[in-house]
Write a protein that binds this ligand. Structure first.
Ligand SMILES: Cc1cc2nc3c(=O)[nH]c(=O)nc-3n(C[C@H](O)[C@H](O)[C@H](O)COP(=O)(O)O)c2cc1C
Length: 250
Protein backbone atom coordinates (compact mmCIF):
# COMPACT_ATOMS: atom_id res chain seq x y z
CA UNK A 1 0.00 0.00 0.00
CA UNK A 2 2.68 2.53 1.02
CA UNK A 3 4.75 1.99 -2.05
CA UNK A 4 5.24 5.54 -3.19
CA UNK A 5 7.30 8.28 -1.56
CA UNK A 6 4.30 10.59 -1.01
CA UNK A 7 2.33 7.96 0.90
CA UNK A 8 5.46 6.98 2.78
CA UNK A 9 5.93 10.58 3.96
CA UNK A 10 2.26 10.91 4.93
CA UNK A 11 2.09 7.60 6.78
CA UNK A 12 5.38 8.17 8.59
CA UNK A 13 4.21 11.38 10.23
CA UNK A 14 4.80 11.99 13.92
CA UNK A 15 5.10 15.36 15.69
CA UNK A 16 8.66 16.39 16.58
CA UNK A 17 9.15 18.35 19.80
CA UNK A 18 12.94 18.49 20.01
CA UNK A 19 14.96 19.99 17.18
CA UNK A 20 18.67 20.30 16.40
CA UNK A 21 20.16 23.77 16.76
CA UNK A 22 20.22 24.36 13.00
CA UNK A 23 18.27 26.99 11.06
CA UNK A 24 16.41 26.21 7.87
CA UNK A 25 17.85 27.99 4.84
CA UNK A 26 15.91 30.71 3.01
CA UNK A 27 15.62 28.31 0.06
CA UNK A 28 14.07 25.63 2.26
CA UNK A 29 11.64 28.13 3.79
CA UNK A 30 10.58 29.37 0.35
CA UNK A 31 10.08 25.81 -0.90
CA UNK A 32 7.90 25.03 2.11
CA UNK A 33 5.84 28.23 1.75
CA UNK A 34 5.39 27.67 -2.00
CA UNK A 35 4.14 24.16 -1.24
CA UNK A 36 1.71 25.70 1.26
CA UNK A 37 0.49 28.13 -1.38
CA UNK A 38 -0.17 25.36 -3.89
CA UNK A 39 -2.85 23.83 -1.66
CA UNK A 40 -6.41 24.08 -2.92
CA UNK A 41 -8.11 27.26 -1.74
CA UNK A 42 -11.82 28.13 -1.61
CA UNK A 43 -12.68 30.12 -4.79
CA UNK A 44 -9.01 31.08 -5.06
CA UNK A 45 -9.46 33.44 -2.10
CA UNK A 46 -6.19 32.36 -0.39
CA UNK A 47 -7.61 33.60 2.89
CA UNK A 48 -4.44 33.28 4.95
CA UNK A 49 -1.12 34.90 5.73
CA UNK A 50 1.90 32.99 6.97
CA UNK A 51 4.22 34.88 9.31
CA UNK A 52 7.75 33.51 9.62
CA UNK A 53 9.20 34.46 12.99
CA UNK A 54 12.93 35.15 12.87
CA UNK A 55 13.19 37.62 15.76
CA UNK A 56 14.43 35.64 18.78
CA UNK A 57 12.66 37.87 21.29
CA UNK A 58 9.31 37.37 19.51
CA UNK A 59 9.97 33.63 19.47
CA UNK A 60 10.70 33.74 23.20
CA UNK A 61 7.43 35.61 23.84
CA UNK A 62 5.45 33.10 21.80
CA UNK A 63 7.20 30.21 23.59
CA UNK A 64 6.26 31.65 26.96
CA UNK A 65 2.61 32.03 25.84
CA UNK A 66 2.53 28.42 24.63
CA UNK A 67 4.56 27.03 27.54
CA UNK A 68 6.45 24.87 25.03
CA UNK A 69 10.21 25.33 24.51
CA UNK A 70 10.16 23.98 20.94
CA UNK A 71 8.26 27.13 19.91
CA UNK A 72 11.57 28.94 20.33
CA UNK A 73 14.10 26.09 19.94
CA UNK A 74 13.59 25.09 16.32
CA UNK A 75 14.88 25.64 12.79
CA UNK A 76 12.05 28.02 11.88
CA UNK A 77 8.61 29.02 13.13
CA UNK A 78 5.59 29.81 10.97
CA UNK A 79 2.36 31.33 12.27
CA UNK A 80 -0.73 30.63 10.14
CA UNK A 81 -3.33 33.40 10.23
CA UNK A 82 -6.78 33.59 8.72
CA UNK A 83 -6.81 36.70 6.55
CA UNK A 84 -9.70 38.53 4.87
CA UNK A 85 -8.01 41.92 5.33
CA UNK A 86 -6.42 41.74 1.91
CA UNK A 87 -9.84 41.29 0.23
CA UNK A 88 -11.18 44.25 2.18
CA UNK A 89 -8.19 46.35 1.11
CA UNK A 90 -8.62 45.44 -2.56
CA UNK A 91 -12.28 46.48 -2.33
CA UNK A 92 -11.22 50.03 -1.50
CA UNK A 93 -9.97 50.25 -5.10
CA UNK A 94 -13.59 50.42 -6.21
CA UNK A 95 -16.24 52.77 -4.94
CA UNK A 96 -19.45 51.65 -3.26
CA UNK A 97 -18.49 48.12 -2.43
CA UNK A 98 -20.15 46.93 0.73
CA UNK A 99 -18.81 43.57 1.77
CA UNK A 100 -19.11 43.89 5.53
CA UNK A 101 -21.89 41.31 5.80
CA UNK A 102 -20.00 38.64 3.87
CA UNK A 103 -16.59 39.36 5.39
CA UNK A 104 -18.08 38.99 8.87
CA UNK A 105 -20.07 35.82 8.17
CA UNK A 106 -19.48 32.43 9.76
CA UNK A 107 -19.14 31.03 6.23
CA UNK A 108 -16.16 33.26 5.47
CA UNK A 109 -14.60 32.47 8.84
CA UNK A 110 -14.81 28.78 7.91
CA UNK A 111 -13.24 29.59 4.53
CA UNK A 112 -10.29 31.28 6.25
CA UNK A 113 -9.87 28.43 8.76
CA UNK A 114 -9.96 25.76 6.05
CA UNK A 115 -7.67 27.65 3.66
CA UNK A 116 -5.07 28.24 6.39
CA UNK A 117 -5.24 24.62 7.54
CA UNK A 118 -4.87 23.14 4.06
CA UNK A 119 -1.91 25.41 3.37
CA UNK A 120 -0.34 24.43 6.68
CA UNK A 121 -0.73 20.71 6.08
CA UNK A 122 0.89 21.12 2.64
CA UNK A 123 3.75 22.96 4.37
CA UNK A 124 4.06 20.19 6.93
CA UNK A 125 4.19 17.44 4.32
CA UNK A 126 6.64 19.39 2.15
CA UNK A 127 8.91 19.81 5.18
CA UNK A 128 8.64 16.15 6.16
CA UNK A 129 9.43 15.09 2.60
CA UNK A 130 12.66 17.13 2.96
CA UNK A 131 13.64 15.34 6.20
CA UNK A 132 12.49 18.27 8.35
CA UNK A 133 10.33 17.54 11.39
CA UNK A 134 7.25 19.53 12.34
CA UNK A 135 4.93 20.25 15.23
CA UNK A 136 1.71 22.23 14.97
CA UNK A 137 1.35 24.76 17.79
CA UNK A 138 -2.22 25.51 18.82
CA UNK A 139 -1.03 26.64 22.24
CA UNK A 140 -0.29 30.12 20.89
CA UNK A 141 -4.04 30.55 21.48
CA UNK A 142 -3.35 30.37 25.24
CA UNK A 143 -3.19 34.15 24.91
CA UNK A 144 -4.54 34.96 21.48
CA UNK A 145 -4.81 38.70 22.10
CA UNK A 146 -1.18 38.94 23.09
CA UNK A 147 -0.17 37.03 19.94
CA UNK A 148 -2.36 39.43 17.98
CA UNK A 149 -0.48 42.40 19.46
CA UNK A 150 2.99 40.88 19.11
CA UNK A 151 2.38 40.20 15.41
CA UNK A 152 0.58 43.54 14.76
CA UNK A 153 -2.43 41.86 13.19
CA UNK A 154 -5.03 44.22 11.70
CA UNK A 155 -8.81 43.64 11.71
CA UNK A 156 -9.86 40.62 9.61
CA UNK A 157 -6.59 38.81 10.46
CA UNK A 158 -6.39 36.27 13.31
CA UNK A 159 -3.69 33.79 14.35
CA UNK A 160 -4.88 30.17 14.18
CA UNK A 161 -1.78 28.12 15.03
CA UNK A 162 1.96 27.88 14.60
CA UNK A 163 4.11 25.32 12.81
CA UNK A 164 7.52 24.62 14.36
CA UNK A 165 10.02 23.21 11.87
CA UNK A 166 13.49 21.80 12.25
CA UNK A 167 15.86 18.88 12.05
CA UNK A 168 14.59 16.16 14.41
CA UNK A 169 16.60 15.55 17.57
CA UNK A 170 14.25 12.70 18.53
CA UNK A 171 12.49 9.82 16.81
CA UNK A 172 9.20 9.31 18.64
CA UNK A 173 7.03 6.28 18.02
CA UNK A 174 4.11 6.76 15.65
CA UNK A 175 0.91 7.57 17.55
CA UNK A 176 -1.97 5.20 16.73
CA UNK A 177 -5.10 6.58 15.07
CA UNK A 178 -8.74 5.58 15.52
CA UNK A 179 -9.75 2.47 13.55
CA UNK A 180 -10.72 3.32 9.99
CA UNK A 181 -14.34 2.22 10.51
CA UNK A 182 -14.76 4.79 13.26
CA UNK A 183 -13.86 7.72 11.04
CA UNK A 184 -14.91 6.42 7.60
CA UNK A 185 -18.65 5.83 7.16
CA UNK A 186 -20.43 5.04 3.90
CA UNK A 187 -23.57 6.83 2.76
CA UNK A 188 -24.88 7.68 6.24
CA UNK A 189 -23.46 8.56 9.60
CA UNK A 190 -22.99 5.38 11.62
CA UNK A 191 -24.38 5.59 15.13
CA UNK A 192 -22.28 5.67 18.24
CA UNK A 193 -23.18 2.05 19.15
CA UNK A 194 -21.26 0.78 16.12
CA UNK A 195 -18.33 3.02 17.04
CA UNK A 196 -18.23 2.20 20.72
CA UNK A 197 -16.90 -1.39 20.51
CA UNK A 198 -14.17 -0.32 18.11
CA UNK A 199 -13.22 2.59 20.38
CA UNK A 200 -12.98 0.17 23.33
CA UNK A 201 -10.34 -1.81 21.42
CA UNK A 202 -8.62 1.41 20.38
CA UNK A 203 -8.46 2.57 24.00
CA UNK A 204 -6.61 -0.64 24.85
CA UNK A 205 -4.10 -0.21 22.04
CA UNK A 206 -3.55 3.47 22.86
CA UNK A 207 -3.04 2.57 26.53
CA UNK A 208 -0.33 0.12 25.42
CA UNK A 209 1.25 2.83 23.26
CA UNK A 210 1.30 5.31 26.18
CA UNK A 211 2.72 2.70 28.58
CA UNK A 212 5.46 1.56 26.24
CA UNK A 213 6.56 4.75 24.54
CA UNK A 214 10.14 5.75 25.14
CA UNK A 215 9.34 9.31 26.38
CA UNK A 216 6.55 10.59 28.66
CA UNK A 217 5.21 7.11 29.32
CA UNK A 218 1.87 7.23 31.17
CA UNK A 219 -1.36 5.40 31.94
CA UNK A 220 -4.13 6.80 29.78
CA UNK A 221 -6.73 6.00 27.14
CA UNK A 222 -8.18 8.08 24.34
CA UNK A 223 -11.63 8.15 25.97
CA UNK A 224 -10.25 9.34 29.32
CA UNK A 225 -8.12 11.95 27.57
CA UNK A 226 -11.07 13.32 25.59
CA UNK A 227 -13.38 13.40 28.62
CA UNK A 228 -10.71 15.34 30.56
CA UNK A 229 -10.15 17.71 27.66
CA UNK A 230 -13.79 18.50 27.01
CA UNK A 231 -14.73 18.80 30.69
CA UNK A 232 -12.48 21.83 31.02
CA UNK A 233 -13.49 25.14 29.53
CA UNK A 234 -10.30 26.56 28.03
CA UNK A 235 -9.45 29.57 25.88
CA UNK A 236 -12.96 30.98 26.25
CA UNK A 237 -11.53 34.39 25.34
CA UNK A 238 -10.97 33.18 21.76
CA UNK A 239 -14.62 33.58 20.74
CA UNK A 240 -15.02 37.28 21.74
CA UNK A 241 -11.55 38.03 20.30
CA UNK A 242 -12.48 36.49 16.93
CA UNK A 243 -15.65 38.59 16.82
CA UNK A 244 -13.76 41.75 17.76
CA UNK A 245 -11.48 41.07 14.81
CA UNK A 246 -14.63 41.16 12.62
CA UNK A 247 -14.83 37.42 11.91
CA UNK A 248 -17.77 35.07 12.54
CA UNK A 249 -20.21 37.82 13.58
CA UNK A 250 -23.23 36.94 11.41
C1 LIG B 1 -4.00 22.44 15.01
C2 LIG B 1 -3.06 21.64 15.88
C3 LIG B 1 -2.54 22.21 17.01
C4 LIG B 1 -1.61 21.51 17.78
N1 LIG B 1 -1.05 22.12 18.85
C5 LIG B 1 -0.06 21.51 19.53
C6 LIG B 1 0.63 22.21 20.56
O1 LIG B 1 0.33 23.35 20.90
N2 LIG B 1 1.66 21.58 21.18
C7 LIG B 1 2.03 20.31 20.84
O2 LIG B 1 2.98 19.80 21.44
N3 LIG B 1 1.39 19.63 19.86
C8 LIG B 1 0.36 20.20 19.20
N4 LIG B 1 -0.27 19.54 18.18
C9 LIG B 1 0.17 18.19 17.80
C10 LIG B 1 -0.83 17.12 18.24
O3 LIG B 1 -0.77 16.96 19.63
C11 LIG B 1 -0.47 15.81 17.51
O4 LIG B 1 -0.58 16.00 16.13
C12 LIG B 1 -1.37 14.66 17.94
O5 LIG B 1 -1.21 14.35 19.30
C13 LIG B 1 -1.05 13.40 17.13
O6 LIG B 1 0.32 13.05 17.30
P1 LIG B 1 1.30 12.94 16.04
O7 LIG B 1 1.24 14.23 15.29
O8 LIG B 1 2.66 12.70 16.63
O9 LIG B 1 0.84 11.79 15.23
C14 LIG B 1 -1.23 20.19 17.43
C15 LIG B 1 -1.80 19.62 16.28
C16 LIG B 1 -2.70 20.32 15.51
C17 LIG B 1 -3.27 19.69 14.27
Amino acid sequence: MNNNPTLETILNHRSIRKFKDKRLTTDQIHTIVKAAQQASTSSHVMAYTIIGVTDESIKADLASISGQPYVKDNGHLLIFCGDLNRIKQQATLQEQVDMQETLESTEQFIVAAIDASLAAQNAALAAESMGIGICFIGSIRNNIRRVNDILDLPDHVVPFFGLALGYPEQQPEKKPRLPIDVVYHENHYQGTDQQRELIKDFDKSLATYYENRSKNSRTDTWTEQMIRKYSNAVRMDVSPYIKEKKFNRR
